[in-house]
Design a protein around this ligand. Sequence first.
Ligand SMILES: C[S@@+](CC[C@H](N)C(=O)[O-])C[C@H]1O[C@@H](n2cnc3c(N)ncnc32)[C@H](O)[C@@H]1O
Length: 235
Amino acid sequence: MPAPDPTAVNSMFGRIARRYDLANRLLSGGMDLWWRRRLVAAVHRTAPGAVLDLATGSGDVAFALARALPPSAAITGMDFCQPMLDEADAKKGAAGPNRFANVIFRQGDGLALPLPDASVDAVTIAFGLRNLADRARGLGEMRRVLRPGGRLFVLEFSQPSPWFRPFYFFYLRKILPFVAGVVTGDRAAYVYLNETIEQFPDRAALAEEIRTAGFSSVSARGMSFGIVALHEAAR
Ligand SMILES: C[S@@+](CC[C@H](N)C(=O)[O-])C[C@H]1O[C@@H](n2cnc3c(N)ncnc32)[C@H](O)[C@@H]1O
């Protein structure tokens, strides 16, 4: 499969933005909430003062971080798709004027981050790395904006245990596009999703990519039979 085309990815997320959260809950059976909680717990342990949540989408990781971290933590949710950021801002507005005061949403491209070098303590990216047209360049940008000693957290689909693969791939190929088509009206978007999931590197290969981008102390943990992994690394 060729690298994702950024214009197509941007417009695809723009089309599904309004139903994105509902589709996530249904398609993962609610497990996506638990996966993000594990990510947030790992970030919390490192007590960052400034966090960039890249490919923030509708902002669920940014909000979960704000609930877990002290109000002094500055959280920036960044995405290149404005309709997804509109959803995130609408959720922030609906939570009340003083809630999530330490969270801002900004448009920005993960391949050319509009942030200074060494300006954040942690970068999180949940289900976003898979969508970048150039992962090495994206990882390089994440490294650039992290201060020395800062931490990278990548939550992403991965390759499940071999015995689980036939069931999982049947679900991805047959059931997921159908259900997603009904929920979002955009079956094609979820055929793309299943293709990117199937092609994505396993835990060891992604850990190697992260190391090659210049990170150290790379670790990876599988979740839910290995269908999702949390990678952590130090700048
Ligand atoms: C599957 S969503 C994940 C959203 C959110 N992190 C979550 O956990 O639900 C992937 C997001 O990556 C964003 N994205 C893809 N390529 C990007 C890029 N080059 N720069 C910034 N955001 C990007 C898309 O717009 C989309 O909102």
